[in-house]
Design a protein around this ligand. Sequence first.
Ligand SMILES: [Mn+2]
Length: 241
Amino acid sequence: MTDLLDIRGKRIAVVADPHLSFLSPEEVAAFSVQLKQLEGVDAFVCLGDLFDFWLGPGNWDLPPFQPLKLAFTSLSQAGVQVLFVRGNRDVLLEPRDVECVGGVVLDALIGGSHSSPVLLSHGDEYCLADIPYQRLRKNFRRPWLRAILRTLPWRLRFWLGCRMRKLSTSAIARKPMESMAINDDAVREACEAASCQSAWIGHLHLAATRTLHGGISLKILPAWEPGTPFETLELESVTPS
Ligand SMILES: [Mn+2]
């Protein structure tokens, strides 16, 4: 999973961590309305955790997700590139899972302008201090495990999803921020490998901007909530002051 799509030169709407759930249809509806109101963008990027938990095949068929499915489909039919970066909650997303809405699944991409490229990813890959999570992340990226999980009966996946969500919520609630913290060296290395001077991530559910050692600027997007506008990655002034 080292795909790195380059969409520099395009105007991109970006959102992180909406954590949409079939348990909160009103939030799914609010998000879908925002998608429908998007104008003047070439691409829409969700920087991970679009779903509070991706349950595998059948997830899109849940009634609360119908407005979302429609909104993404209209967007892609209108010529907007719809890009889903895998987060930790929807790590099991496969490209074929979003074909029905005309979307693309990936782990990272490059946006911004040709002179100021920005590396966009979920950001969990930089939280190296969280060792139990990094172990889980590695396992969920093993093709054989992914294949097994996909073929489990829907009811079992639904049960597992609800259970994982509970465990994950309580683990994060207890976790000190230090262990969630970003490893600056990891960000810098990824930026250097992609020839970018800036990185945009989500995952931490807080809004922050800082300049790392070496001059790399890091922007952390807050988790979307109803009423939060999508960010726009403009072609100019992508470097925070
Ligand atoms: Mn998240």
